[in-house]
Design a protein around this ligand. Structure first.
Ligand code: TPP
Ligand code: MG
Length: 564
């Protein structure tokens, strides 16, 4: 049988090691589906195209390798777009494929008409139509190359007639399609950085996602400089929670010890992080920032020196150059503050804290304590992000992913499915709010269908909990009608879908429900009914914020009495 254009596309994906395409088939994708059917690549049919994009994004975030998803003409591709932002915002290489009507019908307001290259423009680094067999191989190469080079999303529009046409040659230069390699900063920059570090006393080293793989170098630098290591949430999983140098997180997923350390240090060394919340970064202290991406240097805090380079090889050079420091007083001070914060976290997470209600911190801690040492946690968006982010105690070999830049509700389960497909024997745990789970709960069916034993923990507070807090934080009374909602019986739902369901209503049911879910073979939900009025610990509570809460509470009391 002659090769179709679709075969050329699938062939190159196979050659670069893509093992799955996540998608939902439609007539325009039939030629693509047929080519996948005849290849070594597995087609993972999802229930909603957003789930396909999230699955591809989850894979790409975990591995740094190309994830691939597909949706059909019109609504099939509009559904893809939302999930693709997850890859775009977290700089993960994904190729999105969207089917399109036959070319002769373009521009005639035919059914399911969209302008795909316009639709995908914002989320993509590259979007192009495969417009003829002669041009196909070049744009296929270009798309994959763009996704790897820019670490983001590339998109190809696939008109049905073109991808089913006879191919006109294969893709060349396939060997060039691979993730970006690490690179060290220049020797001059390393020397300049070392001299600036030598000139100051109290240093804090902030570690972001660009520090993955550099744990040994970070430890060595911390020891040499007597400098505490702190992390963004995307860097949390790099080291075990109990490493004495690993003091905790920054910002809302962070500690008071870290906040104080940053505000009082002489120098913040920002490594592989583009942490966006400037209010938690030094306002006047000096910052040195190291990142592979020149464009992120200096944009979050006043920065004295910016260095372009990957963290690991750059630190190897820096450790050789920088002078050792002897005074451990600052490190000790941060350590003692960190101990106090950790004790507070332990108390908050104690299931015995209340006899008849489960506090959400206890859920996160119980999940973390029961998880395997190499589990992957995928965290959703909402108040639940704060519970999970602050109370999980990572092992150092676990991974923690989320939607930390896109901040999308309903993104955890789709990503978890994609990651679980990579290795069905690894423990993959999606931790969601009830609003988030409800949003894309159909993806539990994808898990059941493809025998993906994903474990889904649901913080059930019958509310879009974070919105309460956000409204009250600006002095508005919470709009209950918009925020609260009834939930289904999640246990029955899980079983109806072909999975397993467990419920914890009381503190003494929590550990058992989680243990049972982790022990069963196959996807499982743990419905954790949690106290809905729990307030997170804010490491830097500002007076005006506290005042806003008070005003909102007064307004809510008035509404409760007057109805207005
Ligand atoms: C797709 C999407 N819709 C809406 C929002 C705004 N939003 C942020 S957090 C949140 C509440 C999420 O509720 P839930 O999943 O129940 O988590 P909880 O805050 O209760 O833990 C909402 C609606 C968003 N970030 N993403
Ligand atoms: Mg909720």
């Amino acid at each position: 049988m002659a090769q179709m254009v679709a075969d050329v596309l699938v062939g190159v994906l196979e050659q670069i090691g893509v093992r799955q395409v996540f998608g939902l088939i439609g007539d325009s994708l039939n030629p693509l589906g047929d080519a996948v059917r005849r290849s070594k690549i597995e087609w993972i049919g999802v229930r909603h195209e957003e789930g396909a994009a999230l699955a591809a994004a989850g894979q790409a975030k975990l591995t740094g390798r190309l994830g691939v998803c597909a949706g059909t003409t019109g609504p099939g591709s509009t559904h893809l777009v939302a999930g693709l932002y997850e890859a775009a915002r977290d700089h993960a290489p994904v190729l999105a494929l969207s089917g399109d009507m036959p070319s002769k019908l373009r521009g005639t307001d035919y059914v399911q008409t969209t302008e795909p290259n316009l639709l995908f423009r914002d989320v993509c680094l590259y979007t192009e139509t495969v417009s003829s067999p002669a041009q196909a191989s070049a744009v296929i190469h270009q798309a994959i190359s763009a996704a790897y080079a820019g670490r983001g999303v590339a998109h190809l529009t696939l008109p049905q007639d073109v991808i089913s046409a006879k191919a006109d040659g294969g893709v060349t230069s396939v060997a060039t399609l691979r993730p970006l390699p690490e690179f060290a900063a220049s020797a001059t920059d390393v020397s300049t950085m070392a001299r600036q570090i030598d000139a100051v006393d109290n240093i804090v080293i902030m570690c972001g996602s660009g520090c993955h793989g550099a744990a040994d170098e970070l430890r060595a630098l911390s020891d040499r400089l007597k400098a505490p290591l702190i992390h963004s949430v995307k860097g949390k999983d790099i080291m075990p929670f109990d490493d004495p140098r690993w003091m905790g997180g920054i910002g809302m997923i962070g500690t008071k010890a870290v906040y104080e350390a940053i505000m009082h240090c002489d120098l913040l060394l920002m490594l592989g992080t583009d942490y966006p919340y400037s209010e938690f970064l030094p306002h006047k202290g000096s910052v040195i920032q190291v990142d592979e991406r020149a464009g992120v240097l200096g944009r979050r805090a006043p920065t004295a020196f910016g260095v372009v380079g990957s963290v690991r090889p750059t630190l190897k050079l820096l450790i050789e150059e920088v002078a050792a420091k002897n005074d451990g007083e600052f490190f000790e001070r941060v350590t003692s503050e960190r101990r106090k914060w950790d004790e507070m976290l332990d108390k908050q997470a104690d299931p015995k804290r209340s006899r008849d209600r489960i506090h959400p911190q206890a859920v996160a801690r119980a999940v973390s304590d029961a998880a395997k040492r190499d589990a992957v946690f995928i965290i959703d968006t909402g108040l639940n992000t704060l519970w999970s982010g602050n109370w999980i105690r990572q092992s150092g070999s676990q991974r923690i992913l989320g939607s930390f830049n896109n901040c999308g509700v309903g993104t955890a389960l789709g990503q978890a499915n994609g990651i679980q497909v990579l290795d069905r024997s690894r423990q993959i745990i999606a931790i969601c709010g009830d609003g988030g789970f409800n949003m894309l709960m159909c993806e539990l069916l994808t898990a059941v269908h493809h025998k993906l034993p994903v474990k889904v923990i649901v913080y059930n507070n019958s509310a879009l909990g974070l919105i309460f807090l956000e409204a009250e934080g600006v002095g508005l009374p919470a709009f209950r009608e918009a925020i609260e909602f009834p939930n289904p019986d999640f246990v029955a739902l899980a079983r109806a879908c072909g999975g397993h369901g467990f419920k914890a209503r009381q503190p003494d049911e929590l550990h058992g429900a989680i243990a049972e879910a982790f022990a069963v073979d196959g996807p499982a939900i743990v419905d954790c009914v949690v106290a809905a009025d729990e307030l997170p610990n804010v490491p830097h509570i500002e007076l005006d914020l506290a005042a806003h809460y008070a005003i909102a509470k007064v307004k809510e009391a008035v509404i409760a009495v007057t109805g207005r």
